[in-house]
Design a protein around this ligand. Structure first.
Ligand SMILES: NC(=O)CC[C@H](N)C(=O)O
Length: 205
């Protein structure tokens, strides 16, 4: 693997430019991916935040669904934030019945989960593998992870989220081999540490 890997950003919808800028400052060459040929040329892919149901439909329109599933199944590093996390999951609750799942992470997510309490919020989180200052996390109509399989490592939790059973910690960042996902938007804070972690995953793949 080259020192400066080529990392795509799925550019169908969502906050593509912010991810591309963060990837560039984290040491990758960032390229937009809209076509199967472009997907074939990248070493890893970011699935940005936006609207997962819309992105799911556009994956059909742009004939990217099957090529993307195939590359993820073959171990291509993938990082999904927010809507991208939802797409990467095996299953999404509160999604549309025809919404596609890429099955890159053995987990069940719940769409717009925090939205029942509050649409958007910010929180400082401890993040496994990112030493130093806590990570400032921006949540926008974010999902949380409701269930994970054995192979999935929890990297961060949002503490004290209200629930019927009292305050609970909700899983908001996970990794399974080369697949990374955050319920929040690390591309919006100017802190490159999550993108650096992903670039290291790409370099190691
Ligand atoms: N900021 C986001 O990416 C929000 C995700 C959106 N609520 C969805 O379900 O796709």
């Amino acid at each position: 693997m080259t020192a400066r890997p080529v990392v795509g950003v799925l550019a169908l919808q969502g906050d593509v430019r912010e991810h591309a800028a963060m990837l560039e400052s984290a040491g990758a060459r960032a390229v937009a991916v809209r076509r199967p040929e472009e997907l074939a040329a990248v070493h890893g892919l970011v699935l940005p935040g936006g609207e997962s149901t819309t992105m799911s439909r556009l994956l059909d329109t742009f004939e990217l669904l099957e090529p993307l599933r195939a590359r993820i199944a073959a171990g291509m590093p993938a990082f999904g934030s927010c809507a991208g996390m939802i797409l990467l999951a095996k299953q999404a609750l509160d999604g549309r019945p025809d919404q596609h799942q890429l099955d890159g992470l053995d987990m069940v997510v719940r769409r717009n989960a925090f939205g029942r309490q509050v649409d958007s919020f910010e929180e400082d989180l401890d993040f496994t593998g990112i030493p130093g200052e806590p990570l400032h996390a921006v949540f926008i109509r974010a999902p949380w992870v409701e269930k994970i399989g054995d192979g999935v490592e929890v990297l961060a939790r949002a503490p004290d989220t209200p629930s019927a059973e009292g305050a609970v910690d909700r899983i908001v960042a996970v990794r399974q081999q080369n697949a990374l996902a955050t319920a929040f938007h690390p591309e919006l804070t100017g802190d490159e540490r999550v993108h650096r972690l992903f670039v290291r995953i790409v370099q190691g793949a």
